[in-house]
Each structure stands twice: as C-alpha cells, then as structure tokens.
Design a protein around this ligand. Structure first.
Ligand code: SAH
Length: 259
C-alpha cells in the first residue's frame, strides 16, 4: 500500500477487510497493524471498532450488529471517494464475518469492483481456542456457524448430522444467544446421540482475553449453559483424547479406517 501522495491528484482510496484476531493485541498481524496505521477510516461492529486506538486523522465508524450490508456499502463508498478504509472483524474476516459481506455488496457494482480491495487474514477463534486446548483439530475438521440469522435451523441440524456422521472434529461458532437458546440444546442432544457420551467437547470462552476460560468435558457432562456468545465449542472426533492437561486429535486415522 503506497503512502506517497501527490496534492494535485485525488487521493488513491483503498479498502482492507481485516481480522483483529481473538482479542489479545499480540495476535493482531503486522499487516493489519500497518493497514490501521495508514487508514483514514475504520468501519465495523461497535465492540470491534472499540479495539482500534483513536488517533488524529482517523475516523471511527462503529455500527450495530446485523447491518453488515449497509456497513459494507458505506465502506466501499468511502474508498471510492479516496478514503483509506479498514473494515474490521474479530478473528479472521473471512470466517462468518465482513469479507463475504463486502464481496456481496460488490455484486452488480462494476465501478466498485475496480477498487483496490484486500482481505487481511487474522487468527480465527477456532484456531486460537484449539491452540489453548492442545491440538483438538489435528486431523480433518469443519467449522459450523450455529447462528440461525441467515440460515434455517433445519440446515444447521443437517450439517451437524453430516459432520458428526463422517467423524469430523467440529468447531461451532455463535453457539448460543438469549434470542435462540434452543438451537444449542438440540445440537448437543444430536451430538450425544451420534457421537456417544464419552466424546470430548471443549468450551473455550473469551480466548486470549482476561476473561478466558477453557474447559473440556465429555458429551455426557456437557450442559448448554457452558456456552455463551463469547464461546467457541470444539467437539473432537472418535480418536480425540486427553494427555495430561491437553486434548488432541491424532494425525493418523489409519486405525479408524481399518476398524
Ligand atoms: N470472524 C470471527 C468469528 C465471528 S462469529 C473469527 O474468525 O473468529 C462470532 C463468534 O466467534 C462468537 O460467537 C464465538 O463463537 C467466536 N469467538 C470470537 N472471538 C472469540 C474468542 N476470543 N473466544 C472464543 N470464541 C470467540
């Protein structure tokens, strides 16, 4: 990204869609820090924008949840008029976050498609949580968003059923909110039925923040209230086991394939 400006030329606007990582400052990548240092505008959901240090010359545009498309269009409009814009997400911007919303906003908008747009990856909650627990995602795994804002509950259950049936380890984002507590209750019941009572499940809350709590139990011991919206839930595969205070999934599935 060039910092050279020519006063006679209009400013060269750009848009970065950046991930701020799970919370701790040390987990923000240098590329994201550099983009924030060069930005004129930061756009995002209120708690994520709050993580960006205010400074002269930087305008913070914080908006409420569930207005992702308005936010994406506003960011593109700013970049199109010469602003240097960073759209911030927590974790990674491509994982249940703003990057897909910005590309959706580009559809049918050829003038915006020519803009200088970059996605800057971040450490997603699933990977930060797995690292704290040990290596529960050491073999094939999948990530499933349990929010039913943008998909029907029936599809969530179908995907959980397919993933558990294929013996993937699974990471669940957005496990639980006050407005839809039933989804997670049903998912836990489904997992218990398909995976059995001894399967390991890790609840990782507020990873890399002062409120962090990591807890691994069996599905028989798991309770819906062990998760809230700041929790990522990781369910192991059939081979996932504990070693000392760690939980890991072996790299080899050869024994499982031959049994
Ligand atoms: N783009 C983000 C995910 C946004 S969805 C990422 O890549 O991490 C929001 C969900 O992410 C939360 O409901 C929770 O399940 C998970 N999450 C985000 N930050 C977290 C953290 N520090 N600890 C545990 N889970 C987190």
């Amino acid at each position: 990204m060039s910092t050279v400006t020519n006063p006679s030329q209009p400013e060269h606007g750009w848009l970065c869609i950046a991930g701020l990582g799970p919370g701790d400052e040390s987990l923000v990548t240098p590329a994201v820090s550099e983009a924030l240092a060069q930005a004129t505008d930061v756009v995002g959901y209120i708690p994520y924008v709050a993580r960006v240090l205010a400074r002269p010359g930087l305008t913070l545009h914080a908006s409420d949840n569930r207005v992702e498309m308005d936010r994406a269009r506003a960011a593109l409009a700013l970049a199109a008029t010469g602003h240097k814009v960073v759209v911030v997400s927590s974790g990674d911007p491509g994982v249940f976050a703003m990057a897909a919303a910005v590309f959706e906003a580009l559809e049918g908008q050829p003038h915006w498609q020519e803009l200088d747009i970059r996605v800057l990856p971040g450490i997603t909650a699933m990977l930060a949580a797995a690292a704290k627990a040990g290596a529960p995602l050491g073999h094939d795994f999948c990530a499933i968003n349990l929010s039913d804002n943008l998909k029907p509950a029936s599809l969530i259950e179908a995907r959980v059923r397919a993933a558990a049936g294929a013996d993937f380890a699974m990471a669940f984002y957005n496990p639980r909110s006050a407005s839809r507590p039933d989804t997670f209750v049903r998912v836990l019941a489904l997992l218990l039925k398909i995976c059995g009572p001894d399967r390991l499940i890790t609840f990782a809350r507020a990873v890399s923040t002062p409120e962090e709590r990591i807890r691994t139990v069996t599905l028989a011991q798991a309770r819906p209230d062990m998760a809230d919206m700041r929790t990522i839930v990781i369910v192991g595969n059939a081979a996932t086991r504990q070693v000392g205070r760690f939980v890991y999934t072996p790299r080899s599935a050869l024994a499982a394939a031959s049994s």
